[in-house]
Design a binder for this molecule. Sequence first.
Ligand SMILES: Cc1ncc(COP(=O)(O)O)c(C=O)c1O
Length: 379
Amino acid sequence: MSRRLHRQTYAEVDLLKLERNFRALRGLSPAGGFCCPMVKANAYGHGDVEVAARLELSGARHIGVGLVEEGVRLREAGVKAPLLLFGAFEGPSLEAVLANALTPVIGDWDGLALLEKSASGDAFKLHLKFNTGMNRLGFGVDQAPRLRAWLDARPRFRLEGVATHLLRGEDAGFDDGDSRGQLERFEEALAAFRGLEFFPHALNSSAAVAMHAREGRLRYGMRPGLALYGITPASREAPKLGFEPVLSFRSRVVATRRLRPGEKVSYDGLWTAKRPSLVGVVPVGYADGFQRLFSNTGEVLCRGRRARVAGAVCMDYFMVDLTDVEAATGEVGNGEEIALIGEQSGAEIGAVELARWASTIPYEVLTRLSERVPRHYVR
Ligand SMILES: Cc1ncc(COP(=O)(O)O)c(C=O)c1O
């Protein structure tokens, strides 16, 4: 039986929009250019199996995951496309990496030593990652010549890609900022692999958008996440592309209360009616990923109008002040649709705005959408 029958709250994931965003991103680089859409963290909350399957159908030649578990899940669901594993893994996981044909992105000598131990003598593809300033994962650039020698001595290991990650992608292509130095160091690393055929890749969504806006081309392969899901990344130059938000988050009013001035709402009484008010109860809470930080601050859409969260967000519910919506449009009751993210009657609330209310970034808003919110797919 469909979960939809039990819960009126759901996230709608529009795979047609995902596909359009993917094609627009891929179109930024020349045909055959490296484009590895990132589906880690459950495809930024969108559902990794469905997203990866759609990307595969749309011609993705690589797909990026963070965890071994994520790669295994996609393989078990039938995804055949090459999967790049960006996360580090330990010895006991090697078997799963090999059995599921995950292509590791290796960032330290321990990782290489582990691969060498793999019993089979078959050809093996890998990517190398360099730390050029993010100081997270990756070899030091000074290791590049040693790595080249390591590869030359072990012909069964084929270098398919060389990667780095920018700490502030939005300044890629600019003369000032952090990316320039990082990309110069990346070039130093790349020089050690001259003569080999591989993909150099460095650009996340904001870097791809910035470099393309600035230079009209991409000098490196890309690994887009945020823009794939339709969030226009932070950018110093207006991006030439319009990305379409893929996910919307909706629910319905399950109860209404008419309050007299002075009456309070929710835990700790953080909200008090200042006038005769209509408050709607929405069955979405912080356990669904609608953060408690939205208490008294966040807004939702009802009949295409903005309405503010009234009082503390609870685990399973929050309340919303519908007084103005009712005054403008007529009586509001149970069953009224509430849009938490997405469009409604020409109005829109985006993940970027939710992030602002909680002093965070849209990545966190999307990845926090919990498992108990059913995803409905538009195919
Ligand atoms: C190594 C790596 N590449 C690419 C991305 C995608 O970044 P974005 O979502 O900003 O496009 C991420 C995301 O965190 C990442 O860790």
